[in-house]
Design a protein around this ligand. Structure first.
Ligand code: SD4
Length: 349
């Protein structure tokens, strides 16, 4: 259910844009830009592309780029959430719902503009996903500059984590005991049961909003989705999350809509929630219900999972759903008029 963030509608100026906390039913107006979390500068940047006559693909790229450059919330993009070795790597994707073309990058090293590299994969190759070191090589060929993605913040996060015996971490069934010690690790003989697969002790229950997921629809109903993120803090080096995976991090299909996810990607990517939400909207479900039903199967298997999905149909109606005490209430940003960004909230189920 979409809820009110205030008893009466309130507006304030955040950065360059007017933000209004909304509570009425999600209306439809095109063009529209919708993104996860209150990253209103990104929403604004995406919508400005439409005002300047740009395409919906440009809108999603520019909107997501804005968060990479601003490091929205101090945690999207470079400079935060290092892996176990202290390195920051990025995941991103962009999907064009008109052509069903996709470009994505996973575990991208040393290139800060991951969403733009993803767009290059979409437009300059016949592939869908490039990963790691060789995705960096591709980016350099396409004219991107290499740079160190770490920062004082990520270095401090890494040092503190090491000082805390590398807690929490994502290792299981290894020795020494990963709940007590840093690596290097070796596999143990035994393996654990699914029921023991708690996620809250990994720190993923306390999201630091290190991902932006965006859906934009132009005035002709052309739908595009995108994501960009540094993934999860202290991830195992080489880890690729849900954000660059088609149907998991985001999905777009004209005449149906678009969706994007945020949260515990290792779990979410097993259920393709963005794909599910878009298909449900295609069969007539409201965006709010489509988002809700896309996360229900996840909850069944992982009752302590934390995550959220935004959904926008091709008419510009939107909704969201979330789960988990680590989020509680999920906020997302919408811009469907030149004057203001609207912030919507949903209580997690
Ligand atoms: C991931 N889904 O890599 C991302 C993390 C995220 O807000 O969304 N954080 O698992």
């Amino acid at each position: 259910m979409i809820i009110n963030m205030a008893a009466t509608m309130r507006s304030l100026v955040i950065g360059c844009c007017v933000v209004v906390f909304c509570f009425e039913r999600a209306r439809s107006a095109l063009p529209i830009v919708v993104n996860t979390w209150p990253f209103t500068n990104a929403t604004d940047a995406g919508y400005n592309v439409f005002l300047n006559g740009g395409s919906v693909v440009d809108a999603v790229e520019k909107g997501c780029s804005k968060c990479e450059v601003l490091r929205c919330d101090g945690s999207v993009g470079e400079g935060s959430d290092p892996d176990e070795d202290g390195e920051v790597t990025l995941d991103a994707m962009i999907m064009d719902g008109k052509t069903m073309d996709v470009g994505s990058v996973g575990c991208l090293r040393n290139i800060s503009s991951a969403i733009s590299v993803a767009r290059m994969v979409m437009e300059r190759t016949d592939h869908t996903l490039l990963a790691g070191e060789l995705a960096t090589k591709f980016a350099v060929e396409m004219g991107f500059k290499e740079s160190d993605l770490s920062s004082n913040k990520s270095d401090t996060m890494f040092k503190q984590w090491r000082a805390n015996n590398c807690q929490p971490n994502f290792r299981v069934n290894v020795s020494p005991d990963p709940k007590k010690s840093c690596g290097p690790y070796q596999p143990t003989e035994s393996t654990r049961l699914l029921q023991e697969n708690s996620r809250n002790d990994k720190g993923v229950g306390y999201l630091n909003h290190d991902t932006i997921g965006m859906v934009a629809v132009d005035k002709n109903g052309h739908v595009v989705s995108g994501t960009t993120t540094n993934g999860l803090n202290h991830k195992v080096p080489g880890r690729v999350g849900d954000s660059p995976i088609v149907g998991a991090g985001s999905y777009a299909q004209n005449e149906m809509g678009g969706a994007a996810a945020t949260g515990d990607g290792d779990i979410m990517m097993r259920f393709l929630p963005s794909y599910t939400a878009v298909q449900l909207m295609g069969s007539g479900m409201t965006p709010s219900n489509a988002a809700l039903f896309s996360i229900k199967p996840i909850i069944k298997f992982y009752p302590d999972f934390n995550g959220a999905v935004i959904a926008v149909n091709s008419k510009g109606e939107h909704g969201a759903a979330c789960h988990g005490s680590g989020i509680g209430t999920f906020h997302y940003s919408v811009k469907d008029n030149p004057d203001q960004v609207n912030l919507f909230s949903v209580k997690c189920v």
